[in-house]
Write a protein that binds this ligand. Structure first.
Ligand code: SF4
Length: 358
């Protein structure tokens, strides 16, 4: 998923200083400031132009490509399955561990499970989470929340740095429309309550909310709900890829209107909660104008492909095909340079003047 360049007018810290308000909390392990992202990109462009391997802050992993929901905006287009069909999850634990260890050598601080499928349907999630924490890294988990019973909530609270669970609306019909399964809201809400009961709160607990037509009028209420319960509202722009690329006006809100919605939500935060965050046209998520995953992350998808950022569509290699696996792919500095040098130029890092070879 290639994003347009975001022109930051103010960072979260600058907006807070200008207004005298507090910076809104962001998700632990999942927020990198503009300075950190740009510096990572600057270093990567310099290094990779000379064939030196890049460094990263975050690794995205995908678990099994299967889900018990049918969200119309699902960008990875996950396959719908009932829970009982999921016992056959391909065991990719060795692949994940290899990527985590190689990522750690390359500087990662966080492993985030996000994207394709519902992680709680993958029996190997437990081993993965424990391995990540055992390596001293932060573990961030996106889940649709429908399978989070009391026992699982306790386990997640014990092992995860941060859990982000879906709740698209406080009104069941809007939520169910956006996840494509009637009755899902009840389970998602119960999952969130179980996480709260297990002691999770912001910055370690967030709700993931796609901004779309069915929940547009619900967003102010949902923001207030999150703030009052101490949950981080991760309100995201709908990505026009995967199933999201096929959506019509019943779901999609025009880009400019999404910016207006962010501005309205910031007004609520500032006036009612004394919280603020930087704003930029085209920003991907509430309070997340600064974090550009393209600059600081890499992604191992369910097919074994390694990509810069998250779903960038640029494949740097496949861990199942490369003779040297993940290490060989990450160490191919020249190939990463073909991605990072143009990105650095796009970001206005003008000291990158080195031509990149093949
Ligand atoms: S919960 Fe996530 S993986 Fe499942 S259908 Fe929805 S967007 Fe796709």
């Amino acid at each position: 998923m290639e994003h347009k360049a975001i022109r930051i007018v103010e960072t979260n810290a600058q907006r807070a200083a200008a207004t005298g308000l507090r910076q809104a909390p962001t998700l632990a392990g999942y927020f990198f400031t503009r300075e950190v992202c740009v510096e990572n990109l600057r270093q990567n462009a310099k290094k990779t132009a000379n064939g030196t391997p890049p460094q990263f802050k975050m690794l995205f992993l995908e678990t099994k490509d299967a889900c018990n929901l049918r969200c119309p905006p699902c960008y990875p287009d996950a396959t719908f399955v009932e829970k009982k069909d999921c016992a056959c999850a391909m065991n990719r634990i060795a692949e994940w561990k290899g990527a985590i260890l190689a990522g750690k050598e390359a500087g990662i601080e966080t492993v985030a499970v996000a994207g394709r499928g519902e992680p709680l349907l993958d029996a190997n999630l437990w081993e993965l989470a424990q391995f990540v924490r055992g390596e001293g890294l932060q573990f961030v988990l996106f889940t649709n929340g429908t399978l989070v019973n009391k026992e699982i909530a306790k386990w997640l609270a014990g092992v995860c740095t941060t859990v982000i669970t879906k709740l698209y609306a406080l009104e069941p019909q809007a939520h169910d429309t956006l996840v494509g399964v009637r009755g899902a809201w009840k389970n998602a809400r119960e999952g969130l309550m179980n996480l709260l009961d297990a002691g999770m709160r912001g910055p370690n607990l967030g709700i993931d909310v796609i901004i779309a037509k069915p929940n547009e009028t619900e967003l102010p209420t949902l923001l207030r709900f999150a703030r009052m319960l101490g949950i981080v509202p991760y309100f995201e722009r709908l990505a026009p890829i995967g199933r999201g690329a096929k959506l019509n006006g019943n779901f999609v809100i025009q880009e400019g209107r999404v910016d207006e919605i962010f501005a309205t939500l910031r007004g609520i935060d500032e006036q009612e909660f004394g919280l603020t965050w930087g704003f930029a046209q085209g920003m991907p998520a509430l309070a997340y104008a600064e974090t550009d995953k393209r600059m600081a992350a890499f992604h191992l998808d369910v097919f074994g492909n390694v990509q810069p950022g998250l779903e960038s569509g640029r494949i740097m290699g496949n861990v199942r095909l490369a003779p040297g696996g993940i290490v060989e792919i990450l160490e191919n500095g020249r190939k990463w340079g073909q991605y990072y040098v143009p990105l650095a130029r796009e970001a206005g890092i003008d000291e990158i003047k080195i031509a990149v070879g093949g």
